[in-house]
Design a protein around this ligand. Structure first.
Ligand code: 8YV
Length: 316
């Protein structure tokens, strides 16, 4: 008997399908968790979770029969991939279907920060236009030098959008792409030093933690903007806040933070910073596609013991 476990909150319609079609168990929070796992842990063969929650080290250990983690979201840094690989546990995510919306969000953040759209909207709403006059001049997006950290599916979709704005593109990631027209930089800091807008589009997790460190942010400089639609862990958030407060960065557009849903207090009063509550893929259309792909992965695992879109680490 294959038992499905829901781990963490999920889109309500997805949770509903898990309950009604798959009779899924739901992992409780807090003190009930231990007794729940003692009773049901051994029966669970597949966990359905989201990138926000994941199946971490201890939970995975408490599920000895686990064969698959089906993840709603492209990012899976909250799941213990090393243990999954070691135990032969499959892990799936939801790539491709969210690429366009996340890339659109990166462009939206860029336009908003450089042109001050949210700040100008606040200016109108607080009645400042008739009393204080014209809104200050802001900065042009078209033609700016853009650096992309992580030229995967989402990074490439962001790059092609910026190309339509006439922006020269360069990038950094571990390996240089052969045949790319974009300029390669061997480090995040050299990329940051060369561009006016640095867009973080790399996967989260241990391999990229703090990749955009204080040096990289200093290199981006007082005329430079940071856009992050990836994971807060990729950027040294304390350094980012310091430099923004000190005026040593021109601005930032952030959809992700180090300790969501906590947003550093010091950013709340800054008009050159746009803060979003992790909504990169948050459209009706994209979330429906992510839900369908999650259910397709689950059905495939239950019927055939394989997932349709495995994460690269578990592809055998
Ligand atoms: C989702 C995301 O909000 O796909 C991802 O990695 O960050 C977002 O699309 C999130 O994963 C859903 O839980």
């Amino acid at each position: 008997m294959k038992r499905v476990l829901q781990v963490g909150p999920l889109k309500p319609s997805l949770a509903q399908t898990l309950a009604t079609t798959y009779d899924a168990l739901v992992l409780p929070e807090g003190s009930e968790r231990g007794s729940f796992l003692a009773e049901h842990g051994a029966a669970v063969t597949v966990a359905v979770t989201s990138g926000r929650t994941g199946v971490g080290t201890d939970l995975m250990r408490a599920l000895p029969s686990l064969g698959a983690v089906v993840n709603f979201g492209v990012g899976y840094d909250t799941t213990d991939i090393a243990q999954a690989v070691e135990r032969g546990i499959l892990v799936s995510n939801t790539p491709d279907v969210l690429t366009d919306c996340v890339a659109d969000t990166a462009l939206g953040l860029t336009l908003d920060v450089l042109r001050g759209l949210s700040a100008a909207d606040r200016y109108v709403r607080r009645g400042a236009w008739p009393t204080e006059g014209n809104f200050p001049l802001m900065h042009r997006v078209s033609g700016k030098r853009v650096g992309i950290l992580g030229l995967g599916r989402i990074g490439r979709a962001i790059a092609t959008r910026f190309e339509a704005f006439g922006c020269p593109i360069s990038y950094h990631q571990r390996t240089e792409l052969s045949g790319s027209n974009y300029g390669y930089h061997p480090t995040a800091t050299s990329l940051a030093a060369a561009v006016e807008i640095l867009v973080v589009a790399t996967a989260g997790g241990a391999g990229t933690r703090g990749l955009v460190d204080r040096d990289a942010l200093v290199a981006l400089g007082p005329e430079g903007y940071l856009i992050n639609i990836a994971r807060g862990s990729v950027v040294d958030e304390d350094a980012l806040v310091d430099l923004l407060v000190e005026g040593r960065l021109a601005g930032a557009g952030l959809d992700v933070f180090a300790a969501e849903p906590k947003v550093p207090e010091a950013l709340l009063g800054l008009d050159n910073v746009v803060l979003l509550p992790h909504v990169g893929s948050g459209t009706v259309e994209t979330r429906a596609a992510m839900e369908q792909l999650t259910l397709d992965n689950l059905a495939s695992y239950l019927a055939a013991g394989r997932v349709l879109t495995p994460v690269p680490e578990v592809v055998r």
